[in-house]
Design a protein around this ligand. Structure first.
Ligand SMILES: Nc1ncnc2c1ncn2[C@@H]1O[C@H](COP(=O)(O)OP(=O)(O)OP(=O)(O)O)[C@@H](O)[C@H]1O
Length: 365
């Protein structure tokens, strides 16, 4: 199964501002790609263009050698001829059809003969673990089961590409967690290429093989989830991916306060790195005795917030409030002075881009 390639793709609705700008994106064969970004960043528009529900204003969309859209060549393949399955946030099932009939419906439309239709519907329902409820009606199922039936309806068609637009957004927290694991399993079992739209960074990190972060119609970074977490390409990605978010301290040429302290530490290690901002993830801000070369400062404990398996600590470090996230118990009283330290800083330049030469100084530091 070939890659999906978007080259120079743009979309503006009715000649207005561009919802998607000059997008170059390759979805590798068999990938589980999440399009991630805040509301209005162009994720859904991108998915709808891949599906053929919207036509690009510029650029080319292809699956392998097969061009599906080319504005230049006036080429456009309609959705039903693209061989892709779509599941949207509102996954309406037919209320008057049983679960089995709902799943068989798409196959009936495609004129798949009876016995094969039944076998494929049952196999798809087994895959999503709702085969026991095959003869019930949608109103007799939980939200999560209905969601799975909608997925089974798509899987039965054996799409090589599955396009999902926030399909878990109507579910409660427990079901979302369950469905994330299910989707991952289904992806592995079916071998389908999945493109999944979400604004939930945790959803993207937990499920995707590749994450494409978008903002204001532009691709900010395309990377494997843990790579993106470890090395966000710019300030936007750094702040968007991770919860609680990374603290980003503007340093400029400051010689005072936390900014000055961080800057001196950077200069001591890599004099040629000139950051405009320094980022520290809460879990990278550690309490206690630092190793030799790590940046350190005295921190005044403002509050300790235990959450069962983790402890969030609000600290005042010189002139700035920072949060530390610890996975071992923190027993400190407000007003107590501790040492905080980190050996994992993220440096960003004046244009907001990551200073990657700094990462090389950290390796082996
Ligand atoms: N049919 C439309 N007509 C005009 N403008 C549209 C249309 N659909 C989307 N837009 C605009 O295009 C931009 C991108 O929208 P899009 O739905 O792709 O973003 P999104 O990232 O999926 O957001 P959300 O998570 O809120 O769905 C937004 O500014 C939106 O208002």
């Amino acid at each position: 199964m070939p890659n999906i390639t978007l080259s120079g793709v743009a979309k503006s609705y009715g000649g207005g501002d561009h919802a998607v700008k000059n997008l170059d994106l390759t979805v590798p064969d068999g990938a589980f790609m999440c399009l991630l970004g805040p509301s209005g960043c162009g994720k859904t528009t991108t998915l709808r263009m891949i599906a053929g529900l919207e036509q690009p204003s510029a650029g080319t969309i292809a699956v392998g050698d097969r061009v599906l859209d080319s504005v230049e060549r006036g080429l456009y393949v309609p959705p039903e001829k693209r061989g892709m399955g779509l599941v949207f946030q509102n996954y309406a099932l037919w209320p008057h059809l049983s679960v089995r009939e709902n799943v068989e419906f798409g196959l009936r439309m495609r004129k798949v003969p009876g016995p094969e239709r039944r076998a494929r519907a049952e196999a798809a329902l087994r895959m999503v673990h709702v085969d026991a409820a095959m003869d019930r009606y949608p109103s007799q199922l939980s939200g999560g089961q209905q969601q799975r039936v909608a997925l089974a309806r798509m899987l039965a068609i054996n799409p090589t590409v599955l396009l999902l637009d926030e399909p878990l957004s109507n579910l409660d927290a427990r079901l979302r967690l369950e469905m994330r694991a299910e989707l991952k399993r289904i992806h592995e079992e079916s071998g389908a290429t999945i493109v999944f739209v979400t604004h939930d960074q945790l959803e993207a990190l937990t499920m995707a093989t590749d994450v494409a972060v978008m903002n204001e119609g532009e691709l900010q970074q395309l990377a494997a989830p843990m790579e993106m977490y470890a090395r966000p390409a710019n300030r936007f990605v750094a702040e968007f991916v991770g919860s609680p978010p990374m603290a980003i301290i503007d340093v400029g040429s400051s010689r005072t306060g936390l900014a000055g302290s961080l800057l001196r530490s950077v200069e001591a290690r890599a004099a040629r790195c000139v950051p405009a901002a320094v980022g520290i993830r809460p879990e990278a801000l550690r309490l206690g005795a630092p190793p030799g070369s790590a940046w350190r400062e005295e921190a005044v404990v403002e509050a300790v917030l235990p959450a069962g398996s983790s402890w969030t600590v609000r600290l005042r470090v010189l002139d700035t409030e920072l949060y530390a996230l610890s996975y071992t118990p923190v027993e400190a009283a407000p007003g107590e002075v501790l040492t905080c330290w980190t050996d994992q800083m993220h440096l960003f330049g004046a244009d907001g881009a990551r200073i990657s030469s700094w990462d090389r100084t950290e390796v082996g530091a």
